[in-house]
Design a protein around this ligand. Sequence first.
Ligand code: FAD
Length: 399
Amino acid sequence: MPAVGGNTLISATGITASDTQLHKDAGTPFTVEDHFKKTMETGKNIPDEKLVRLLVESSNSAYEWLLTLGLKYKLDPKDPSWILPVEGHFGAELVKAYQAEAAKYPNIDLRVETKATELVVENGKVVGAKVTGKDGKEQIINAKSVILATGGLNNAPEMIGEFNPKFVGVNTEMTTPGATGDGIRMAQAIGAQLKDMEYFQMRPLSLNGYWFKEVIVNEEGKGGILVNKEAKRFVNETLGSWDLASEILKQQDRMAYVIIDSDVFATKDGAKMIDKAKGVKADTIEDLATQLGLDPAVLKATVDEYNAKNDAFGRKTMGKVATAPFYGAITKPSSHYTMGGVAINENAQVLDKDGKAIDGLYAAGEIVGGLYGAGRVAGNNTLDDIVFGKIAAKHAIGK
Ligand SMILES: Cc1cc2nc3c(=O)[nH]c(=O)nc-3n(C[C@H](O)[C@H](O)[C@H](O)COP(=O)(O)OP(=O)(O)OC[C@H]3O[C@@H](n4cnc5c(N)ncnc54)[C@H](O)[C@@H]3O)c2cc1C
């Protein structure tokens, strides 16, 4: 890519950290044990306990290191596990701070538009990487060790489908282009073990590059519905995010339309969605259909059926799409986070299929698998980038 940053650039950069000064000052505890429990439960107890323990026990020092870079944070008053950057500072600011820190070390040779294609192995040890520079020429960079920090695979739909056929054809709206899974492939090619590759965090309501909470279509007794290009409902909108995303992906052009009335629009999430997703507004369902390019008579019949509580999909919490004006927008389910990746040990060394460390190879960040199992706690990723990045670097230089 022409710039550093990857998905960190577009991240909200909230961080989950426990037992910080912020918690003490606010008198709202979030202990290391709370952090451990939350991470394990969210991952359905699949995560590697040793790695999670290391993550949560290092969280305060990672958070404090961010403060030394000049960044400022506040505690979410509603959720003590969620530490937020103060207003205005998001991914771009975090990357800027990392770059400023890196610039203090003149021996760091930072290259953009340089693609790593292969790991170089000699006598069982990783001793460098083959890269293609912006002039298209191949080159080998020799190194005492290599730390893979190439992120996840949100921008590799074929690879996502290969590891989980439920998500074949998933959209790539929620990612920067560099999230191609290259590092995973390079490690796989030299025999690395992969973990939890079937798990992805999916955003069924991913519109115009933003994601929205499923509450817009699944709130108890409310009326948000999803229709396909035939203007027909096709799913119980209250399914979990995985199944909902998967059902939308089975529809024509792998997309659906979110249809809501002004009661849902009046909620914080509803209005925000229509604004960000550049949705349309109409006084009648027929006019809404015309604006969305759907058949007006079919959409009217679909909404009437729903309002009469005729449902073939097992939705138990139906409301009505009845109060004008009505709103609609296109959703294209996208992957938000790759839970799977290369297996590592407590030194952030990449493991082979027998669980043995591959000499000279480390990994940190979203490329790592085994930390989150079936689900991630939002905020643990800003954290794991730092924790395992530092562990890898220290071990690589023998500290
Ligand atoms: C919209 C959004 C919001 C998020 N919000 C949060 C949040 O609030 N809190 C949180 O904890 N997490 C959040 N996350 C998740 C978190 O941002 C990511 O997990 C994290 O940024 C990944 O960092 P990384 O360094 O591993 O990868 P990236 O930041 O994606 O960096 C990987 C880099 O490697 C480069 N690369 C890839 N392949 C090659 C190759 N072959 N050769 C050379 N370079 C290569 C890429 O171009 C990229 O620059 C969010 C994610 C998204 C998409």
